[in-house]
Unconditional design. Sequence first.
Length: 498
Amino acid sequence: MTHILAIDQGTTSTRAIVFDAAPAPVAADQQEFAQHFPASGWVEHDPADLWASTAATCRAAIERAGLRAADIAAIGITNQRETTVVWDRETGQPVGRAIVWQDRRTADLCRRLKEDGAEPEVTAKTGLLLDPYFSATKIAWILDNVEGARARAEAGKLAFGTVDSWLIWNLTGGKVHATDATNASRTMLYDIRAGAWDAELCRMFRVPMSMLPEVRDSADDFGRARADLLGAEIPILGVAGDQQAATVGQACFAPGMVKSTYGTGCFALLNTGDAPVASANRLLTTIAYQLDGKPTYALEGSIFIAGAVVQWLRDGLGIIREAAQTQPLAEAADPAQNVYLVPAFTGLGAPWWDSECRGAIFGLTRGTGPAELARAALESVGYQSLDLIEAMRRDWSAEGAADTVLRVDGGMTASDWTMQFLADMLDAPVDRPRVLETTALGAAWLAGMKAGLCPDAQGFAASWSLDRRFVPSMDPERRRAKIAGWRDAVRRTLSQPR
Ligand SMILES: Nc1ncnc2c1ncn2[C@@H]1O[C@H](COP(=O)(O)OP(=O)(O)O)[C@@H](O)[C@H]1O
Ligand SMILES: O=P(O)(O)OC[C@H](O)CO
């Protein structure tokens, strides 16, 4: 057995990638699936689509690699996090659609709990903020709104899982109901210091503990995929939420190292070592990975809209046909115009956490056209990153020096212009690695290392290789003025003055 199969179940598509023992990618397959928006601020996926696209891409990737299932030593799973699936333990049927991480339908419940003073306890235990982003209030919503669900859950008949658990359940034919510590740390029900589900939080969010999966390490035994699915029984040996898997894939194993992934949204994680660091700047404290029962923690900044702003230029405004066209447009934009786009389409994430505000554009003149809008869209990604990396540096400065280099990955890092602007805003180098599929790479390494096929952490870190380093080059005065303009635009966008 020579290869590893990584499943990357993301928000808009499912990818399966076969890696060799290096681990380096050998062959891949990808499928998009339907997004459901039944009401304003609601986002749902059909769990059957998540599973069907996983099974289909796994088969196709193995075939494309010219391999048989018997050649695959292990499966690694990485997934969109927080997204909530509830299913019947007996039939394996979901009770309804999955509620996606972006969904804001539980904003009122979160506000009420905050008004009741619940947030400090939630943050102290979970490292998270009382926000609809996380799974707990999504589970409660399903139990309260699907007929009969609460009674069935209380009778022990229903199971909850983030997407990793749902896939493990289906891969093992209902034999294993488990998750890993990184995914558990995003539910708002898991005490990240105690390393256990918290009974008090389950009571607060009205989630029966019998629904919860067993929590294992990120490299662990998660059972075996049924032989009839892929052609041979394959052990599942690695599981991590996608942003944590990217942290592993970027080999950010030392405290102080930071990675930032630019896909639909942007998620930056700073490795803080074996102690959780509480944020004074509204960042999240989370588990980066857990090996041999030992958690390594991270500070996380989450931006909801990064590459999605480019999709909006394409699908909403229709001013580009494909994402790559933003670069020539940005280059052609009038340098004298100061147009700012605050892409608060679903509110603002870290460090603002304002779920009520909505997007805004400032500085429009008669001369503003597609070029200035495209530049403002790309720049918004750099500005938002600066806001959260600055917050991270403040939180971490008491503990140690944060790495001054940022490792980036994700689809949007294809944009050289955006990466240069990012380096200029951070006033620090930005490193783009050769392998941009770092999420799948992280999952593959976790599984391959557990299978004894891949090198240890040190060997894996040594194999990380640079594609290009972006070095800051903007005039300091111009940088200061641009940042001041952005901060003013954000201040005018927020729903409450700060
Ligand atoms: N050349 C480019 N310039 C700017 N944005 C890009 C470019 N290529 C891809 N993107 C953006 O990157 C995102 C896709 O990245 P990906 O990592 O596949 O996202 P996800 O995993 O969240 O689906 C899209 O939102 C797209 O708009
Ligand atoms: O599927 P992605 O890559 O957009 O990632 C989603 C995150 O895990 C949400 O927390």
